[in-house]
Design a protein around this ligand. Structure first.
Ligand code: ZN
Length: 387
């Protein structure tokens, strides 16, 4: 599940792939942006803010028209539960059999960081992931050879009689190469479960950055970023301007809230998702439903400092873990997803609970994005007993 650390890694990947490059073409598959085009603009920065991704673009190059919208723009996206950005290397056309060793190899899914070792695979059902997509290679090859050096212009696949839809069995199967992935995407051929989830594509000379299932895709003038996108967020736990005192102040301002809910409210502090909430509360022996003002002296600070530490430890890791560098085959978490199993500290069977996040919004205009209300958490009734 995407949390601040996933967003941080996604931004790092996008930054390395896009920053400084000119967008050759763009493709937004959300109704509001159906007619938008940011080609010709340079990607000037890729910035994570909490769980939001901001891709900043320069002013339109032919600003001679001074048309509205020619000013610098920010492409906003949010990973929510399933979103992910992937980067495909356009220079791999002549080498269709090899997975890209460069950009695509570094791509992450926005979900579990642990799937980062399946480069250029398309998000989809887990079944078949990592399996070579037998047969998928032929058309990919044909298209890439006619595609030449990865220039602009859609490669039209012409395989009379061939269904544009791949058999279900290949849904989510690994793509043989980044070039193939690009070609198939560019040719608008369904990639199993993949292509219909595409929401945004930015193509530069070298790469194609594709946002799968990303939410709240919007283009706003960069000068209005705060006002329209992220101004409401609390201190960013992975941001350069992280402000612990301010986060504590905001959390304390609503003393009657459950700590488990308050930690997830991005207006208090930005970047914590369910995994870090669950783990932080266990590690600090805190009952998830305890009121903020019922916590012992210093506990709130301890919790936030711990969350900050955990996110920082994980921000550059390919495998998210809260138990240190987990040896192979060992659990990565203390309690997350482990209800019904014995507590690793006291042996008591971990309970499953639900926590109501109904008050939380990911956006100042909540209607834009659905918020899941009840979230499942695992907790230890002994280590995290109510006071
Ligand atoms: Zn316990």
């Amino acid at each position: 599940m995407p949390e601040g650390d996933s967003v941080y890694r996604q931004c790092k990947m996008l930054r390395e792939a896009l920053e400084g490059a000119v967008v050759e073409s763009s493709d937004f598959r959300v109704p509001a942006l159906a007619t938008s085009d940011v080609s010709g603009r340079t990607v000037v920065a890729v910035v994570p803010r909490g769980k939001h991704i901001l891709i900043r673009l320069s002013a339109a190059p032919d600003a001679e028209e001074m048309r509205s919208g020619a000013e610098p723009l920010t492409l906003h996206s949010h990973l929510m539960m399933d979103g992910t950005w992937r980067v495909f290397d356009r220079a791999q056309n002549d080498d269709a059999g090899q997975p890209s060793g460069s950009l695509a190899g570094r791509s992450h899914t926005g979900g579990a960081a642990s799937t980062a070792n399946t480069p250029a695979s398309v998000p989809g059902p887990r079944s078949g992931a990592g399996r070579p997509a037998a047969g998928a290679r032929g058309p990919g090859r044909a298209a890439s050879s006619s595609g030449g050096g990865g220039g602009a212009g859609g490669v039209r696949r012409s395989r009379p009689g061939a269904s544009p839809y791949r058999p279900r069995a290949r849904a989510g199967g690994s793509v043989r190469s980044a070039a193939e992935a690009r070609t198939r995407i560019s040719a608008d051929v369904a990639i199993g479960q993949g292509s219909h989830t595409i929401r945004a594509i930015l193509r530069t000379q070298d790469v194609e950055a594709v946002g799968f299932d990303v939410k709240d895709v919007r283009l706003v003038p960069t000068r209005l970023e705060d006002q329209e996108l992220v101004g409401y967020l609390g201190p960013d736990i992975l941001g350069p301007d992280w402000d612990l005192e301010k986060a504590l102040e905001r959390l304390s301002a609503q003393p009657d809230r459950a700590i488990g809910t308050a930690l997830m409210d991005q207006r208090n502090l930005a970047g914590i998702g369910n995994v870090y909430r669950v783990e932080t509360l266990f590690m600090s022996r805190t009952n998830p439903w305890a009121r903020v003002d019922s916590l012992p002296e210093g506990k709130l600070r301890e919790i936030v400092v711990l969350a900050h530490k955990l996110l920082h430890l994980n921000k550059d890791r390919s495998m998210r873990s809260t138990v240190g560098q987990a040896p192979q085959g060992r659990p990565l978490f203390w309690t997350y997803g482990k209800d019904g199993q014995p507590c690793r500290r006291c042996g008591t069977v971990l309970k499953r609970g639900e926590i109501d996040d109904a008050l939380l919004t990911v956006d100042p205009a909540p209607s834009r994005t659905a918020v899941q209300h009840l979230r499942t958490i695992a907790w230890c009734p002994r280590c995290q007993a109510a006071e």
